[in-house]
Design a protein around this ligand. Structure first.
Ligand code: TTP
Length: 393
């Protein structure tokens, strides 16, 4: 079966992390988010991957090339984000038989994708507490009888988990009308498939839609939690590694460092003397953690540097970010309330009591900067030495 993977979105809600990297290419453990989706499709038996790309498409093309894990990869370019059905429709010329469609910014349980392929035609479903925010499915006698997008009165709490196995005939049903939201939505394609076929719901317990910065942290918590201890890099005898820690070849851990898994230290990364790194933390390629720095439950994207005597907790740092010595991130509010973050100009709750900061690529902090919980620094932003930074910049 061919698998169409939707990776054309910019990820406006995850700005500034998507300033120059499309959301599907943001790091989740040892690979980009979308590579987890592609890997799940390949493990389920996909014989060809069709990637729908748009925003910053080159990054996606460079990663996957024309063949990935010996499976051919083709590309379809969506020039404007006109909706999920529109995205699949631009891949139409590549489709030759039954096909699957997966969201490139969702994390799936690979076992569920395998079941989905086996049960085709089928739709992946997940039980949620807040069905009003999703496409909601109704089932009768073990098949899906109805799908409705973001209903005021959801018929069930079974949400569409953004993974579908369609019959070949669906290729002709992709050109759907514009919805009330002004998009060509895949929900309307699914509705047609439900009308014409018995469509199986494949329920999954574990699924994530990565839309906002803290969800990238949560995606890493999930995938780093699956690590198994492996030490291929250079670790000092005087360092202490506990639990599921992976040190890739070409990474170094200096004397006195304490690393408590799950932690992934990727190739070219270095953990300085007396540093304390604790889970779930990703130190991506060529990152540098200085002397006596503490990093907790955070993502340091490739090339990021945190200089000596700094603290970073529950935060996401973009590529080549540079924290000056003594930079301290606060990740807890005095009132113990959930930390709020700016998403598309609005302050919204992360739902997390502990959350630090989101820092765009190439931003730099001056020495002894103090950063308050829920702060966003845009790509290339700077702070002054000794500054207390309470407002986004
Ligand atoms: P969304 O999360 O709705 O859009 P997005 O990824 O651009 O993020 P944001 O809302 O923060 O701007 O998209 C769901 C999936 O479908 C995602 O994998 C991107 C993909 N998509 C396309 O490929 N083309 C489209 O026209 C749309 C709307 C989505």
């Amino acid at each position: 079966m061919q698998a169409v993977v939707l990776a054309a979105g910019e990820g406006t809600r995850i700005r500034p992390l998507s300033a120059s990297v499309p959301k599907p290419m943001l790091p989740v453990a040892d690979r980009p988010l979308v590579a987890h989706t592609v890997d799940a499709a390949i493990a389920a038996g996909a014989d060809e991957i069709v990637l729908v790309v748009g925003y910053e498409a080159t990054t996606v093309r460079e990663y996957f090339g024309s063949s990935y894990r010996d499976v051919p990869v083709r590309y379809a370019v969506q020039h404007e984000q006109a909706g999920t059905a529109h995205a699949v429709n631009v891949a139409r010329e590549h489709l030759e038989g039954p096909f699957a469609v997966l969201n490139g910014d969702n994390l799936y349980d690979p076992a569920a994708i395998e079941q989905l392929f086996d049960a085709s035609p089928a739709v992946c479903a997940v039980e949620v507490d807040n069905p009003r925010q999703y496409g909601v499915l109704r089932t009768d006698d073990g098949t899906i009888s109805h799908i409705v997008e973001k209903p005021d009165e959801p018929p069930t709490n079974l949400a569409n988990a953004g993974a579908y196995a369609f019959p070949a005939a669906a290729r002709e049903w992709l050109d759907v009308a514009t919805s009330e939201r002004g998009e060509h939505e895949i929900t309307d394609v699914i509705a047609r498939v439900i009308d014409e076929y018995a469509v199986t719901p494949v329920t999954t317990d574990r699924w994530m839609d990565v839309g906002r910065p803290w969800e990238l942290l949560e995606a890493n918590e999930w995938k780093l939690g699956e690590l198994e201890r492996r030490i291929d890099g250079e670790v000092s005898d005087a360092a202490h590694l506990e639990g599921d820690v992976v040190v890739e070849e070409g990474a170094t851990v200096k004397p006195g460092a304490v690393v408590e898994g799950p932690v992934l230290i990727r190739s070219g990364a270095s953990v300085g003397p007396n540093a304390y790194v604790r889970g779930a933390t990703l130190l991506d390629e060529d990152t540098s953690v200085g002397n006596a720095v503490e990093i907790k439950n955070s993502v340091l994207s490739s090339g990021a540097t945190v200089s000596h005597l700094s603290y970073v907790g529950d935060s996401v740092l973009g590529r080549n970010v540079n924290f000056g010595a003594g930079t301290t991130v606060a990740n807890l509010r005095h009132d113990d309330g959930d930390v709020r973050l700016t998403v598309k100009g609005r302050r919204i709750s992360t739902g997390r009591r502990k959350f630090g900061v989101v820092v765009g690529d190439d931003a730099k902090t001056g020495i002894n900067s103090s950063l308050t919980p829920g702060l966003t620094l845009t790509a290339g932003a700077t702070t002054n030495p000794g500054e207390i930074v309470e407002r986004d910049r």
